[in-house]
Write a protein that binds this ligand. Sequence first.
Ligand code: ADP
Ligand code: MG
Length: 388
Amino acid sequence: MILPPATLGMLGGGQLGRFFVSAAHEMGYKVWVLDPDPHSPAGLIADRHLVAAYDDYVALDTLGSECAAVTTEFENVPADTLDYLTKFIPVHPAASAVAVCQNRIAEKTFLADHGLPHGPFAVIRGEDDVRNANAELFPAILKVARFGYDGKGQARVADRDEAIAAFQHFKGEPCVLEKMLALDFEVSVVLARDEAGNVRAFPTGENRHRNGILDVTIAPARAAACPSEGTQLSAQQIAERIADKLGYVGTLGVEFFVCRGELVVNEMAPRPHNSGHHTIDACDASQYEQQVRALCGLPLATPRQHSAAVMVNLLGELWYEDGKGHGTYREPDWSLLHAVPGLRLHLYGKHHARPGRKMGHFVVTGDDAEAVLERALAARAAIGIRDE
Ligand SMILES: Nc1ncnc2c1ncn2[C@@H]1O[C@H](COP(=O)(O)OP(=O)(O)O)[C@@H](O)[C@H]1O
Ligand SMILES: [Mg+2]
């Protein structure tokens, strides 16, 4: 067991890393963050911020010699970096698990190999793969295998010609071509797994996206999003199987589509997940505390969600006069949110807002799930988020 006041290492300095730093601090640990951005949200509150690239071996040597263990908040950390650090200290999740989650081809192949539910797809490495793809995949989405996030690196394509054009636009990068599914709902499971294989899952959450980016999470998911009684449980069971097969240690997010009452795994995130932010406000142990526990070999908490919760993401366009990224740049009027009962605002300290950039979020909690949703949606409208 790694106990306080040990120093923990975090690869990546985004908001997920920032919440990890907060959780670790509350538990008595120190945290060093490695991120090339001098203004990174986690770096700002870390005990030390190593401003360096993920393949800067001098910085990795420092991290490896000063930290007791290291984890990540960013799935695109090079697997070689994780492997290298393994020579010094425990690294969780392992490079092999992160490698599966950071490449859509490896991810889809992993799901197929283990008989886990996934949508129809084809691996695209050249234009001929598009020509040979099953006609039933269209209309489809072409996604670059690596480095896509928040809907980036994706193109919706009606037919083969559009798919070839999109593949050329992505400069021939390896891709997956996914059948466009009719989604009834999107749900996600966040869980933690320790080295002994114990798993603790949070209740399944229901996610709404806007322009390919998570907008609202309703937790726990409403009954309608879990069509059969067993769906909640089986989403958790599928996520647990994924964690087991990956030999995963840490906090893992698994995104699902619900199509005609069936669960389909969309993707996995080898880190805490945006749809698990509310666990800070609505559970007696957060996804970030679980990440600390798994990393340090502490017993996992058995988290209880004590309140219904709705999380709303605050994206950069809110900082612009028209709410879409144009006009005067100014700070949103946070007093409107602070006036809402049961609402907690979390801002990440990013110094410039760009449209689509995750700048903060708020969570409304309470006893009555319907009232919480109503209050959260009213607050979302009041701060200026509109549905086109
Ligand atoms: N095959 C699909 N069919 C229908 N909608 C999809 C499909 N793939 C992605 N989407 C939509 O786009 C969103 C983002 O896609 P995702 O693969 O999760 O990428 P990201 O890494 O950007 O989160 C999904 O949450 C879903 O709303
Ligand atoms: Mg996603």
